[in-house]
Design a protein around this ligand. Structure first.
Ligand code: NCD
Ligand code: ZN
Length: 361
């Protein structure tokens, strides 16, 4: 397919995003709001967001930072969708509250210790079985960070081991539970999700579509490519490209944009997380173009995720122009700065100012 000069998409949604809180959040949220109609906001704050009341208060802080409290029924340009952090102590009542709160649409399962701010995560699957049963019964979605945490398991095998172990177990014991395997990075995860029933989906990040683990070590250690699950070998990246561009509605967009202050990334013990919100669509367009699949981007970015969550499709549009430009090498992040995934390189696509109203059907 010849490369178009511009690409117009239905306003997309980001179904996996870290915004942090306070001034840092206020610095980064405009990047996401410029690109996406909605974003599923992860709950791994310190302390984590574990109740609907906390999630709604967090949502208000995000909207206040954007100053976008549109009146009920009006077209609002950006709507945060919230998640709750599943812990060993999540009460059953909280599941019912999520089920009846449209702004909170999922629980997030972090195995304890798997990633940034996951100390409050689940320590043993059995501890959340009653809660998972309630979620299955009430149709509440479970988003999973799919990695085992045992220190003896090779870091590059942690997702594959999660898929064959805890994930297979959850799917067997809760066959109707709606699940999203977040930020998949391996052939094993893509194959498993593909073979699962339609109420199981997966998100894929731009970094896992664009880079293999070589990017972490090109000419030295590159901390801004370090996220969890860690980048994998090239053959896995190829499988993710195949999944994302396959037209299979189980695979949809979730950036996992995860800002950390420059100092905590460029450190002797660098934090996990890539910042991509400033150019997320541009990065996905690059990956889809390289696979000659730009015509599949609208479904992946703007349709499949909303359909999975049972949400209406956004009605506005965004346009990407074919234009070479270089994003800044750092952005404000509260009183600090955040270095983006695009550090030191040019992009082939650039988002134009939104054309549509940014509303929903
Ligand atoms: C995320 C973060 O920084 O919050 N980091 C990451 O590497 N992806 C946490 C997560 O989603 O694992
Ligand atoms: Zn994440």
């Amino acid at each position: 397919m010849p490369t178009p000069r511009a690409l117009t998409l239905t306003r997309p949604d980001d179904f996996h995003l870290h915004l942090r809180d306070g001034p840092a959040m206020a610095s980064v949220v405009p990047h996401t709001a410029a690109q996406f109609g909605r974003a599923l906001v992860m709950p791994n704050l310190k302390p984590p967001v574990t109740t609907v009341a906390q999630a709604l208060a967090y949502r208000e802080r995000i909207l206040a930072a954007l100053e976008q409290r549109a009146p009920e029924g009006a077209d609002s340009a950006f709507a945060p969708l919230m998640t709750l952090y599943l812990t060993d102590n999540t009460p059953l009542d909280e599941v019912a509250r999520v089920a009846e709160t449209p702004e909170v649409i999922a629980f997030k399962y972090y195995p304890a210790g798997a990633t940034t701010n996951s100390d409050s995560g689940v320590t043993a699957l059995e501890r959340v079985y009653r809660v998972l049963a309630a979620m299955e019964q009430q149709g509440v979605v479970l988003c999973l960070h799919g990695e085992v945490t045992s220190p003896e398991v090779d870091v590059f095998d942690r997702e594959a081991r999660f898929v064959e172990g805890p994930l297979a177990q959850i799917a067997r014991d809760f066959p109707a539970l709606r699940m999203v395997v977040e930020h998949i990075t391996t052939r094993e995860a893509a194959d498993w999700v593909e073979a699962a029933p339609a109420h199981v989906g997966a998100t894929i990040t731009p970094q896992h579509l664009l880079y293999s683990r070589n990017a972490l070590f090109t000419g030295g250690i590159r901390p801004h490519f370090y996220c969890l699950p860690v980048l994998k070998r090239e053959s896995h990246r190829q499988r993710l490209i195949e999944a994302a561009t396959s037209g299979n509605p189980k695979f949809f967009l979730g950036t996992d944009s995860a800002p950390h202050a420059k100092n905590s990334k460029e450190s002797c013990c660098g934090a996990a997380g890539c910042y991509s919100a400033h150019a997320a669509l541009e990065l996905y367009a690059e990956a889809f173009e390289a696979a000659d699949a730009l015509d599949r981007l609208d479904d992946f970015a703007s349709r499949f995720g909303a359909a999975f969550y049972g949400l209406p499709r956004n009605t506005g549009t965004v346009t990407l122009a074919r234009e070479t430009w270089s994003p800044p090498d750092a952005f404000a992040f509260g009183e600090e700065t955040v270095v983006p995934l695009t550090l030191g390189r040019a992009l082939a696509w650039r988002l134009r100012a939104p054309m549509g109203s940014g509303g929903r059907e």
